[in-house]
Design a protein. Structure first.
Length: 312
């Protein structure tokens, strides 16, 4: 009986390392396995109007403010590093009331360098219109994203980043509404900027500072909201109930209530960018996850079994 136990023990001492070596070899040679998993697939659309140059953004309570666009790029760079491999991201911009997507979403780990480099080149100099219409640009994005995929293929999620600044501010009756597109695209509207009205810096195409925008540089009223007077005494015309010109459209702050209204109309979530994690959470939100077929590393399974055998 004792000799049999010794023999079994010797056989076990030989067999376990051999089995562990085989499992380690399998782990080394094993290719990635194609699997379908729920992963973020998102188009990030950036506001590149000159109001995004306003210096009033402090991420994570930083001591010195930087421009809103610098905040957004910083937060997006952080978010890319935090996203799991297999996630897909694409950049887009809006100019005036039109959204443009620069490329199809690409995988973040294999293409992080390209994504960071292309993000660095997005600024006001690629804009060919001086103003922006946030509602129109959001509707444009909601119309555009479904055209990027085939029939019965899930639409990428949308992260729409802006300060909500329009010059002049649109009257309520001229606001572009997104009800017709509500629920067709899921995602998040991200608001950036401070609460205090701040001068907007003006730059030339070479990036030279030209001073702040002045009242005469910016339309102060949405003239389409006003109509000719009525021929009936005492009758109010459309637009007459709107707020009078404020004379402060050359100053900028985050228009949070307006963005929250647009997000509700489009059935999107709203998040304010105050921390880098806010952007990372927006890009990892469940609303932007899609079933993606990705290469998955399962080498840890045979490697883990080999480790167990070695310590058995």
């Amino acid at each position: 009986m004792t000799s049999r136990l010794r023999k079994n023990w010797r056989n076990r001492r030989v067999a376990l390392p051999i089995a562990a070596a085989v499992l380690l070899l399998i782990a080394v040679l094993m290719p990635d396995v194609r699997m379908t998993r729920a992963m973020p697939q998102v188009v990030v659309v950036l506001d590149v109007s000159q109001s995004m140059n306003t210096i009033d953004c402090r991420l994570d309570r930083a001591a010195a403010p930087v421009s809103r666009l610098a905040c957004v790029k910083d937060a997006l760079g952080y978010a890319l590093r935090e996203m799991p491999c297999g996630s897909q991201v694409a950049w887009g911009v809006f100019v005036g009331n039109q959204t443009y997507v620069l490329a199809a979403p690409i995988e973040v780990c294999a293409h992080r360098g390209e994504l960071v480099d292309s993000l660095a080149h997005l600024d006001w100099r690629i804009s060919w219109e001086s103003g922006s219409r946030i509602g129109g640009a959001l509707v444009s994005a909601l119309r555009l994203l479904p055209t990027m995929v085939g029939e019965n293929v899930p639409v990428p999620g949308l992260v729409f980043v802006t300060d909500g600044q329009e010059a002049p501010r649109l009257s309520a009756r001229n606001r572009r509404r997104a009800e017709d597109y509500a629920g067709k695209v899921h995602g998040v509207v991200v608001g950036v900027g401070g609460d205090t009205l701040t001068p907007m810096p003006k730059y030339d195409m070479d990036g030279n500072y030209l001073g702040p925008w002045q009242p005469d540089d910016v339309p102060q009223v949405d003239i389409t909201a006003y109509r000719a007077g009525s021929s009936v005494p005492g009758e109010k015309m459309v637009g007459e109930e709107e707020e009078p010109p404020s004379g402060i459209e050359h100053l900028s702050s985050l228009k949070e209530e307006y963005l929250q209204l647009l997000a509700r109309d489009a059935q999107l979530d709203y998040r304010r960018l105050a921390r880098r994690d806010d952007m990372a959470e927006a890009l990892r939100a469940q609303s932007v996850e899609r079933p993606l077929s990705i290469d998955t590393n399962l080498r840890w399974i045979p490697a883990g079994l080999a480790l167990l055998l070695l310590f058995a």
